[in-house]
Design a binder for this molecule. Structure first.
Ligand SMILES: Nc1ncnc2c1ncn2[C@@H]1O[C@H](COP(=O)(O)OP(=O)(O)OP(=O)(O)O)[C@@H](O)[C@H]1O
Ligand SMILES: [Mg+2]
Length: 274
């Protein structure tokens, strides 16, 4: 596998081309993702934003190889993930991807340290080294004094910080996060977002995050607005990048790109919880 520099910012680390996902429920067809195309640059913090049921999680799961496409193509680092074998994909995910979940997905029988070590166990790292890395990662997220605590002995915010430490401990090139602060209050949410963004930017990691919360979407470099499985528009939060217009047009969405954060977010679809 070609090793490319993490500093190569112009590289499209993820390419989504005409992605489509249809769920069949008996006679009913649900088009969860409807002909979506966009790219993600290395080191970018991208947000998939939209109302409940708009298809954000489905799209994220397609990108992470958790769900299979009905049509289209998704390339990560030039590899067509749909064409990988189960084993190849598992290995690729281990080496390249990290995940942060809304519900933390920690193992309750294990301590914070053991939870963070787990991805390194799967990578067959020796015990001493993985223990050292996991401990350092927990210190980085401010939990140096909770190493021996089990998930049930920690607050929600602390549990999610363990979840973040676990996602980042193997130094993945891409981190996927689905509503990572969905179970947290707004102050803790901001702390968790600062942590994710700070770690990713420091290590030139790429983040793809799903949220329905416009305040959290603001953390991203670029916001892809999803409505009914389609791209409604793409708002570039970093000033003056005109490339996005072409991408939006390609994806069949409106060509408008306000380039202005507040204005862009004013036009968001109303959040429809549940
Ligand atoms: N496994 C499945 N089988 C059938 N339909 C599904 C399945 N998963 C999702 N859907 C449908 O696909 C659509 C998109 O769902 P998805 O979970 O991607 O939405 P979302 O934007 O993540 O919503 P939320 O913000 O509530 O998490 C919804 O209409 C949902 O009912
Ligand atoms: Mg979802």
């Amino acid at each position: 596998m070609l090793k490319q520099s993490r500093n190569n910012k112009s590289e499209n680390i993820i390419e989504v081309k005409n992605a489509r996902k249809i769920y069949r429920m008996g006679k009913e067809k649900i088009v969860a993702v409807d002909d979506v195309s966009f790219n993600v640059k290395r080191g970018e913090f991208l947000c998939l934003y939209g109302a409940s049921g708009s298809g954000k999680s489905t799209l994220l799961n397609l990108m992470a190889g958790i769900e299979k496409l009905t049509a289209g193509q998704i390339m990560i680092k030039g590899h067509n993930i749909q064409r990988m074998s189960e084993r190849g994909l598992a290995k690729f995910r281990q080496n390249t991807l990290g995940f942060v979940f809304q519900s933390y997905n920690l193992l309750n029988s294990m301590t914070a340290l053991e939870n963070v070590e787990l991805p390194l166990v799967f990578k067959h790292m020796n015990r001493k080294k993985r223990r050292r890395l996991a401990r350092q990662m927990l210190i980085n997220v401010g939990l140096g004094d909770r190493l021996k605590h089990k998930p049930t002995e920690m607050s929600g915010g602390q549990q999610q910080r363990v979840g973040i430490a676990r996602a980042f401990v193997s130094n993945p090139e891409i981190v996927f996060a689905d509503e990572p602060t969905g179970n947290l209050d707004s102050k803790t949410s901001r702390e968790v977002m600062d942590l994710i963004k700070g770690m990713a930017k420091a290590n030139h990691q790429t983040i793809v995050m799903v949220t329905h919360d416009k305040d959290l979407a603001m953390y991203a470099d670029r916001i892809i607005h999803i409505r009914d499985g389609r791209i409604e528009k793409i708002v570039d939060q970093l000033a003056g990048n005109t490339a996005e217009t072409a991408e939006t047009a390609e994806a069949g969405g409106p060509e408008e790109n306000t380039g202005q954060t507040e204005q862009g977010l004013e036009a968001l679809p109303a959040h429809n919880p549940g």
